[in-house]
Design a protein around this ligand. Structure first.
Ligand code: BYC
Length: 333
Protein backbone atom coordinates (compact mmCIF):
# COMPACT_ATOMS: atom_id res chain seq x y z
CA UNK A 1 0.00 0.00 0.00
CA UNK A 2 2.71 2.45 1.10
CA UNK A 3 4.92 1.96 -1.92
CA UNK A 4 1.92 2.28 -4.24
CA UNK A 5 0.96 5.58 -2.61
CA UNK A 6 4.48 6.92 -3.08
CA UNK A 7 4.53 5.87 -6.72
CA UNK A 8 1.35 7.69 -7.77
CA UNK A 9 0.22 11.33 -7.78
CA UNK A 10 -2.63 12.70 -5.63
CA UNK A 11 -5.26 12.24 -8.36
CA UNK A 12 -4.42 8.57 -8.90
CA UNK A 13 -4.26 8.12 -5.13
CA UNK A 14 -7.84 9.46 -4.75
CA UNK A 15 -8.96 7.17 -7.55
CA UNK A 16 -7.35 4.15 -5.89
CA UNK A 17 -8.99 4.99 -2.55
CA UNK A 18 -12.33 5.47 -4.29
CA UNK A 19 -12.10 2.15 -6.09
CA UNK A 20 -11.12 0.36 -2.86
CA UNK A 21 -14.11 1.95 -1.16
CA UNK A 22 -16.31 0.99 -4.09
CA UNK A 23 -15.07 -2.61 -3.97
CA UNK A 24 -15.97 -2.75 -0.28
CA UNK A 25 -19.42 -1.29 -0.97
CA UNK A 26 -19.94 -3.79 -3.75
CA UNK A 27 -18.94 -6.70 -1.50
CA UNK A 28 -21.40 -5.48 1.13
CA UNK A 29 -24.10 -5.06 -1.53
CA UNK A 30 -23.56 -8.60 -2.87
CA UNK A 31 -23.69 -9.98 0.70
CA UNK A 32 -27.02 -8.22 1.30
CA UNK A 33 -28.39 -9.69 -1.94
CA UNK A 34 -27.19 -13.15 -0.87
CA UNK A 35 -29.01 -12.70 2.46
CA UNK A 36 -32.21 -11.92 0.57
CA UNK A 37 -32.31 -8.30 1.79
CA UNK A 38 -34.24 -5.65 -0.10
CA UNK A 39 -32.37 -2.69 -1.59
CA UNK A 40 -33.96 0.73 -1.03
CA UNK A 41 -33.61 3.80 -3.28
CA UNK A 42 -31.07 5.54 -1.05
CA UNK A 43 -28.88 2.46 -0.52
CA UNK A 44 -25.60 2.18 -2.39
CA UNK A 45 -25.89 0.00 -5.52
CA UNK A 46 -23.56 -0.83 -8.41
CA UNK A 47 -24.12 1.32 -11.49
CA UNK A 48 -24.95 -1.74 -13.61
CA UNK A 49 -27.67 -2.83 -11.14
CA UNK A 50 -29.19 0.67 -11.32
CA UNK A 51 -29.09 0.72 -15.14
CA UNK A 52 -30.57 -2.76 -15.44
CA UNK A 53 -33.46 -1.78 -13.20
CA UNK A 54 -34.12 1.45 -15.08
CA UNK A 55 -34.16 -0.57 -18.32
CA UNK A 56 -36.57 -3.20 -17.02
CA UNK A 57 -38.88 -0.97 -14.96
CA UNK A 58 -39.18 1.68 -17.66
CA UNK A 59 -39.86 -0.98 -20.32
CA UNK A 60 -42.47 -2.44 -18.00
CA UNK A 61 -44.07 1.01 -17.54
CA UNK A 62 -44.08 1.61 -21.31
CA UNK A 63 -45.76 -1.80 -21.80
CA UNK A 64 -48.57 -0.82 -19.46
CA UNK A 65 -49.13 2.49 -21.22
CA UNK A 66 -48.88 1.13 -24.78
CA UNK A 67 -50.96 -1.84 -23.59
CA UNK A 68 -53.90 0.52 -23.05
CA UNK A 69 -54.19 1.02 -26.82
CA UNK A 70 -55.35 -2.38 -28.18
CA UNK A 71 -58.09 -2.62 -25.53
CA UNK A 72 -58.97 1.09 -25.51
CA UNK A 73 -59.84 0.52 -29.15
CA UNK A 74 -62.92 -1.48 -28.01
CA UNK A 75 -64.32 0.73 -25.20
CA UNK A 76 -66.86 2.37 -27.50
CA UNK A 77 -67.85 -1.00 -28.97
CA UNK A 78 -68.26 -3.13 -25.82
CA UNK A 79 -71.44 -5.21 -26.20
CA UNK A 80 -73.15 -4.21 -22.91
CA UNK A 81 -72.97 -1.44 -20.31
CA UNK A 82 -71.50 -3.92 -17.81
CA UNK A 83 -68.70 -4.97 -20.18
CA UNK A 84 -68.01 -1.34 -21.04
CA UNK A 85 -67.68 -0.37 -17.36
CA UNK A 86 -65.36 -3.33 -16.72
CA UNK A 87 -63.18 -2.54 -19.74
CA UNK A 88 -62.97 1.16 -18.83
CA UNK A 89 -61.84 0.23 -15.31
CA UNK A 90 -59.28 -2.23 -16.66
CA UNK A 91 -57.75 0.23 -19.12
CA UNK A 92 -57.58 2.88 -16.38
CA UNK A 93 -55.84 0.33 -14.13
CA UNK A 94 -53.17 -0.19 -16.82
CA UNK A 95 -52.61 3.58 -16.90
CA UNK A 96 -52.22 3.51 -13.09
CA UNK A 97 -49.71 0.64 -13.33
CA UNK A 98 -47.66 2.66 -15.80
CA UNK A 99 -47.60 5.59 -13.37
CA UNK A 100 -46.52 3.51 -10.33
CA UNK A 101 -43.79 1.98 -12.45
CA UNK A 102 -42.51 5.31 -13.82
CA UNK A 103 -42.43 6.54 -10.20
CA UNK A 104 -40.47 3.42 -9.14
CA UNK A 105 -37.96 3.98 -11.97
CA UNK A 106 -37.64 7.67 -11.02
CA UNK A 107 -36.32 6.61 -7.59
CA UNK A 108 -33.24 5.39 -9.49
CA UNK A 109 -32.44 8.89 -10.72
CA UNK A 110 -33.95 8.86 -14.20
CA UNK A 111 -36.63 11.41 -15.03
CA UNK A 112 -39.98 10.51 -16.52
CA UNK A 113 -39.24 12.85 -19.44
CA UNK A 114 -36.06 10.89 -20.21
CA UNK A 115 -37.93 7.58 -20.14
CA UNK A 116 -40.75 8.85 -22.32
CA UNK A 117 -38.30 10.39 -24.80
CA UNK A 118 -36.59 6.97 -25.05
CA UNK A 119 -39.95 5.31 -25.82
CA UNK A 120 -40.94 7.90 -28.41
CA UNK A 121 -37.60 7.75 -30.22
CA UNK A 122 -37.84 3.95 -30.42
CA UNK A 123 -34.76 3.43 -28.17
CA UNK A 124 -36.76 1.83 -25.34
CA UNK A 125 -38.65 -1.40 -25.77
CA UNK A 126 -42.15 -2.37 -24.63
CA UNK A 127 -43.77 -5.79 -24.61
CA UNK A 128 -43.99 -7.44 -28.04
CA UNK A 129 -47.58 -8.50 -27.35
CA UNK A 130 -49.03 -5.01 -27.82
CA UNK A 131 -48.00 -4.89 -31.46
CA UNK A 132 -50.81 -7.21 -32.52
CA UNK A 133 -54.27 -5.93 -33.58
CA UNK A 134 -57.55 -6.46 -31.69
CA UNK A 135 -59.91 -7.56 -34.47
CA UNK A 136 -63.05 -8.61 -32.59
CA UNK A 137 -64.69 -8.35 -29.15
CA UNK A 138 -63.40 -11.86 -28.41
CA UNK A 139 -59.84 -10.44 -28.58
CA UNK A 140 -60.63 -8.36 -25.49
CA UNK A 141 -61.59 -11.48 -23.53
CA UNK A 142 -58.53 -13.32 -24.81
CA UNK A 143 -56.22 -10.44 -23.83
CA UNK A 144 -57.60 -10.63 -20.29
CA UNK A 145 -57.31 -14.40 -20.12
CA UNK A 146 -53.99 -15.00 -21.91
CA UNK A 147 -52.10 -11.68 -21.89
CA UNK A 148 -52.96 -10.72 -18.31
CA UNK A 149 -52.58 -14.38 -17.35
CA UNK A 150 -49.03 -14.40 -18.76
CA UNK A 151 -48.35 -11.03 -17.14
CA UNK A 152 -49.36 -12.34 -13.70
CA UNK A 153 -47.21 -15.44 -14.09
CA UNK A 154 -44.22 -13.21 -14.88
CA UNK A 155 -45.02 -10.51 -12.34
CA UNK A 156 -45.81 -12.44 -9.16
CA UNK A 157 -42.10 -13.35 -8.72
CA UNK A 158 -41.30 -9.63 -9.20
CA UNK A 159 -43.07 -8.90 -5.88
CA UNK A 160 -39.93 -10.49 -4.38
CA UNK A 161 -37.53 -8.53 -6.60
CA UNK A 162 -34.49 -7.28 -4.67
CA UNK A 163 -35.25 -3.63 -5.47
CA UNK A 164 -37.89 -2.70 -2.89
CA UNK A 165 -39.74 0.16 -4.67
CA UNK A 166 -40.30 -2.11 -7.71
CA UNK A 167 -41.34 -5.05 -5.52
CA UNK A 168 -43.85 -2.85 -3.65
CA UNK A 169 -45.37 -1.52 -6.87
CA UNK A 170 -45.74 -5.08 -8.12
CA UNK A 171 -47.85 -6.17 -5.12
CA UNK A 172 -50.67 -3.84 -6.02
CA UNK A 173 -50.28 -4.38 -9.75
CA UNK A 174 -50.57 -8.16 -9.36
CA UNK A 175 -53.79 -7.84 -7.36
CA UNK A 176 -55.32 -5.77 -10.14
CA UNK A 177 -54.00 -8.08 -12.86
CA UNK A 178 -55.82 -10.99 -11.21
CA UNK A 179 -59.11 -9.16 -11.64
CA UNK A 180 -58.16 -8.45 -15.27
CA UNK A 181 -57.47 -12.10 -15.97
CA UNK A 182 -60.74 -13.21 -14.38
CA UNK A 183 -62.86 -10.67 -16.24
CA UNK A 184 -61.32 -11.87 -19.53
CA UNK A 185 -62.00 -15.50 -18.73
CA UNK A 186 -65.56 -14.63 -17.65
CA UNK A 187 -66.27 -12.71 -20.89
CA UNK A 188 -65.06 -15.72 -22.91
CA UNK A 189 -67.01 -18.21 -20.80
CA UNK A 190 -70.24 -16.30 -21.47
CA UNK A 191 -69.55 -16.29 -25.22
CA UNK A 192 -68.64 -19.99 -25.25
CA UNK A 193 -71.47 -21.27 -23.02
CA UNK A 194 -74.32 -18.88 -23.81
CA UNK A 195 -73.31 -17.49 -27.20
CA UNK A 196 -74.06 -18.41 -30.79
CA UNK A 197 -71.88 -20.59 -33.02
CA UNK A 198 -70.59 -17.43 -34.65
CA UNK A 199 -69.54 -16.04 -31.24
CA UNK A 200 -67.81 -19.31 -30.34
CA UNK A 201 -65.95 -19.15 -33.66
CA UNK A 202 -64.79 -15.60 -32.82
CA UNK A 203 -63.34 -16.83 -29.52
CA UNK A 204 -61.51 -19.72 -31.18
CA UNK A 205 -60.14 -17.38 -33.86
CA UNK A 206 -58.87 -14.96 -31.18
CA UNK A 207 -57.22 -17.83 -29.26
CA UNK A 208 -55.55 -18.97 -32.50
CA UNK A 209 -54.06 -15.51 -33.07
CA UNK A 210 -53.01 -14.69 -29.47
CA UNK A 211 -51.67 -18.03 -28.19
CA UNK A 212 -48.18 -17.91 -29.70
CA UNK A 213 -47.59 -14.17 -29.09
CA UNK A 214 -48.62 -14.77 -25.43
CA UNK A 215 -45.91 -17.41 -25.09
CA UNK A 216 -43.41 -14.90 -26.52
CA UNK A 217 -44.20 -12.41 -23.73
CA UNK A 218 -41.88 -14.34 -21.39
CA UNK A 219 -38.90 -13.34 -23.51
CA UNK A 220 -36.39 -15.37 -25.52
CA UNK A 221 -35.42 -18.91 -24.49
CA UNK A 222 -33.05 -19.01 -21.52
CA UNK A 223 -30.21 -19.98 -23.87
CA UNK A 224 -30.67 -16.68 -25.77
CA UNK A 225 -31.55 -14.43 -22.81
CA UNK A 226 -28.78 -11.86 -22.43
CA UNK A 227 -29.77 -10.50 -19.02
CA UNK A 228 -31.02 -13.60 -17.19
CA UNK A 229 -27.83 -14.80 -15.51
CA UNK A 230 -26.97 -11.43 -13.97
CA UNK A 231 -30.61 -10.63 -13.14
CA UNK A 232 -31.05 -13.95 -11.32
CA UNK A 233 -27.78 -13.35 -9.48
CA UNK A 234 -29.07 -9.96 -8.30
CA UNK A 235 -32.50 -11.27 -7.34
CA UNK A 236 -34.26 -9.08 -9.91
CA UNK A 237 -35.49 -12.15 -11.74
CA UNK A 238 -36.47 -15.11 -9.56
CA UNK A 239 -37.69 -17.61 -12.16
CA UNK A 240 -36.30 -18.03 -15.69
CA UNK A 241 -38.12 -17.14 -18.94
CA UNK A 242 -38.55 -20.80 -19.95
CA UNK A 243 -39.71 -21.96 -16.51
CA UNK A 244 -42.37 -19.24 -16.36
CA UNK A 245 -43.49 -20.03 -19.91
CA UNK A 246 -43.90 -23.69 -18.95
CA UNK A 247 -45.90 -22.80 -15.82
CA UNK A 248 -48.15 -20.63 -17.98
CA UNK A 249 -48.72 -23.40 -20.55
CA UNK A 250 -49.53 -25.94 -17.82
CA UNK A 251 -52.07 -23.63 -16.14
CA UNK A 252 -53.69 -22.32 -19.32
CA UNK A 253 -54.25 -25.61 -21.12
CA UNK A 254 -56.44 -26.75 -18.22
CA UNK A 255 -58.43 -23.50 -18.35
CA UNK A 256 -58.89 -23.94 -22.13
CA UNK A 257 -60.65 -27.25 -21.40
CA UNK A 258 -63.17 -25.43 -19.18
CA UNK A 259 -63.78 -22.86 -21.91
CA UNK A 260 -64.01 -25.46 -24.67
CA UNK A 261 -61.35 -23.94 -26.94
CA UNK A 262 -58.28 -25.60 -28.43
CA UNK A 263 -54.79 -24.16 -28.60
CA UNK A 264 -53.36 -23.86 -32.14
CA UNK A 265 -50.54 -26.31 -31.43
CA UNK A 266 -50.73 -29.90 -32.71
CA UNK A 267 -47.68 -30.81 -30.57
CA UNK A 268 -49.29 -29.74 -27.29
CA UNK A 269 -49.40 -32.91 -25.20
CA UNK A 270 -49.21 -33.91 -21.53
CA UNK A 271 -45.84 -35.49 -20.76
CA UNK A 272 -46.26 -37.85 -17.83
CA UNK A 273 -42.52 -38.25 -17.26
CA UNK A 274 -41.87 -34.50 -17.07
CA UNK A 275 -45.13 -33.71 -15.30
CA UNK A 276 -45.66 -30.85 -17.77
CA UNK A 277 -47.26 -30.18 -21.13
CA UNK A 278 -44.89 -30.41 -24.11
CA UNK A 279 -45.49 -27.72 -26.70
CA UNK A 280 -44.41 -27.01 -30.27
CA UNK A 281 -41.59 -24.71 -31.40
CA UNK A 282 -42.07 -20.96 -30.98
CA UNK A 283 -41.35 -18.79 -34.03
CA UNK A 284 -38.50 -16.73 -32.58
CA UNK A 285 -37.94 -14.99 -35.93
CA UNK A 286 -41.40 -13.49 -35.58
CA UNK A 287 -40.60 -12.44 -31.99
CA UNK A 288 -37.39 -10.63 -32.96
CA UNK A 289 -39.14 -8.96 -35.92
CA UNK A 290 -41.80 -7.59 -33.59
CA UNK A 291 -39.26 -6.57 -30.92
CA UNK A 292 -37.21 -4.89 -33.67
CA UNK A 293 -40.13 -2.63 -34.66
CA UNK A 294 -41.61 -4.62 -37.54
CA UNK A 295 -44.70 -6.21 -35.99
CA UNK A 296 -48.20 -5.66 -37.40
CA UNK A 297 -48.93 -2.55 -35.29
CA UNK A 298 -45.56 -1.17 -34.06
CA UNK A 299 -45.74 2.04 -36.09
CA UNK A 300 -49.39 2.67 -35.21
CA UNK A 301 -48.78 2.15 -31.47
CA UNK A 302 -45.80 4.49 -31.30
CA UNK A 303 -47.56 7.13 -33.41
CA UNK A 304 -50.57 7.01 -31.03
CA UNK A 305 -48.30 7.54 -27.99
CA UNK A 306 -46.40 10.42 -29.63
CA UNK A 307 -49.70 12.08 -30.63
CA UNK A 308 -51.10 11.72 -27.08
CA UNK A 309 -47.91 13.32 -25.71
CA UNK A 310 -48.08 16.21 -28.18
CA UNK A 311 -51.81 16.74 -27.62
CA UNK A 312 -51.20 16.84 -23.86
CA UNK A 313 -48.55 19.59 -24.04
CA UNK A 314 -51.03 22.26 -22.94
CA UNK A 315 -51.93 20.26 -19.81
CA UNK A 316 -48.27 19.99 -18.80
CA UNK A 317 -47.74 23.71 -19.46
CA UNK A 318 -50.85 24.63 -17.45
CA UNK A 319 -49.74 22.43 -14.52
CA UNK A 320 -46.29 24.04 -14.54
CA UNK A 321 -47.78 27.57 -14.68
CA UNK A 322 -50.06 26.68 -11.74
CA UNK A 323 -47.10 25.32 -9.75
CA UNK A 324 -45.09 28.50 -10.45
CA UNK A 325 -48.01 30.71 -9.33
CA UNK A 326 -48.45 28.72 -6.11
CA UNK A 327 -44.74 28.86 -5.33
CA UNK A 328 -44.69 32.64 -5.89
CA UNK A 329 -47.76 33.08 -3.64
CA UNK A 330 -46.17 30.98 -0.88
CA UNK A 331 -42.96 32.99 -1.11
CA UNK A 332 -44.86 36.29 -0.89
CA UNK A 333 -46.87 35.13 2.17
N1 BYC B 1 -41.15 -7.89 -25.67
O1 BYC B 1 -32.34 -11.07 -21.71
P1 BYC B 1 -33.82 -11.05 -21.79
C1 BYC B 1 -48.99 -6.02 -18.90
C2 BYC B 1 -36.11 -8.07 -24.76
S1 BYC B 1 -47.52 -5.41 -19.49
C3 BYC B 1 -40.20 -7.00 -26.00
O2 BYC B 1 -34.54 -12.32 -21.46
P2 BYC B 1 -34.86 -9.77 -19.41
C4 BYC B 1 -50.25 -5.58 -19.47
C5 BYC B 1 -35.43 -7.64 -23.47
O3 BYC B 1 -35.92 -6.39 -23.03
C6 BYC B 1 -46.37 -6.72 -19.22
N2 BYC B 1 -38.88 -7.17 -25.67
O4 BYC B 1 -34.37 -9.82 -20.93
C7 BYC B 1 -50.42 -4.24 -19.83
C8 BYC B 1 -33.96 -7.61 -23.92
O5 BYC B 1 -33.73 -6.46 -24.72
P3 BYC B 1 -32.85 -5.18 -24.18
C9 BYC B 1 -44.98 -6.28 -19.36
C10 BYC B 1 -38.56 -8.26 -24.97
O6 BYC B 1 -35.09 -8.35 -19.06
C11 BYC B 1 -51.60 -3.82 -20.45
C12 BYC B 1 -33.89 -8.78 -24.88
O7 BYC B 1 -35.22 -9.02 -25.34
N3 BYC B 1 -44.24 -7.01 -18.37
O8 BYC B 1 -48.94 -6.81 -18.03
O9 BYC B 1 -33.95 -10.57 -18.54
C13 BYC B 1 -52.62 -4.74 -20.68
C14 BYC B 1 -33.34 -10.04 -24.23
O10 BYC B 1 -34.25 -10.59 -23.26
C15 BYC B 1 -39.52 -9.21 -24.57
C16 BYC B 1 -42.98 -6.69 -18.03
O11 BYC B 1 -42.39 -5.80 -18.59
C17 BYC B 1 -40.85 -9.01 -24.96
N4 BYC B 1 -41.84 -9.87 -24.66
O12 BYC B 1 -36.26 -10.56 -19.44
C18 BYC B 1 -52.46 -6.05 -20.28
C19 BYC B 1 -42.39 -7.49 -16.89
N5 BYC B 1 -38.88 -10.20 -23.89
O13 BYC B 1 -33.64 -4.55 -23.04
C20 BYC B 1 -51.29 -6.48 -19.66
C21 BYC B 1 -41.04 -7.00 -16.47
C22 BYC B 1 -37.59 -9.88 -23.86
O14 BYC B 1 -31.53 -5.70 -23.72
N6 BYC B 1 -40.00 -7.47 -17.34
N7 BYC B 1 -37.39 -8.73 -24.52
O15 BYC B 1 -32.76 -4.26 -25.36
C23 BYC B 1 -39.43 -8.70 -17.25
O16 BYC B 1 -39.83 -9.55 -16.46
C24 BYC B 1 -38.25 -8.99 -18.16
O17 BYC B 1 -37.74 -7.77 -18.61
C25 BYC B 1 -38.60 -9.92 -19.36
C26 BYC B 1 -37.34 -10.07 -20.23
C27 BYC B 1 -39.01 -11.29 -18.86
C28 BYC B 1 -39.72 -9.32 -20.21
Amino acid sequence: MYTQAMDVGPKEERKAVRSTEEAQLETRFEARIDDGAFIEAKDWMPEHYRKTLVRQISQHAHSEIVGMLPEGNWITRAPTLKRKAILLAKVQDEGGHGLYLYAAAETLGTSRDQMIAALHSGRAKYSSIFNYPTLSWADIGVIGWLVDGAAIMNQVPLTRCSYAPYARAMVRICREESFHQRQGFDALLVMMKEGTDAQRALVQDAVDRWWWPSLMMFGPPDSASTHSTQNMRWGIKRISNDELRQKFVDATVEQAKVLGVTMPDPLLKWNEARGHYDYGPIDWDEFWQVVGGFGPCNKERLAARVKAWDDGAWVREAAMAHARKRAAKEQAA
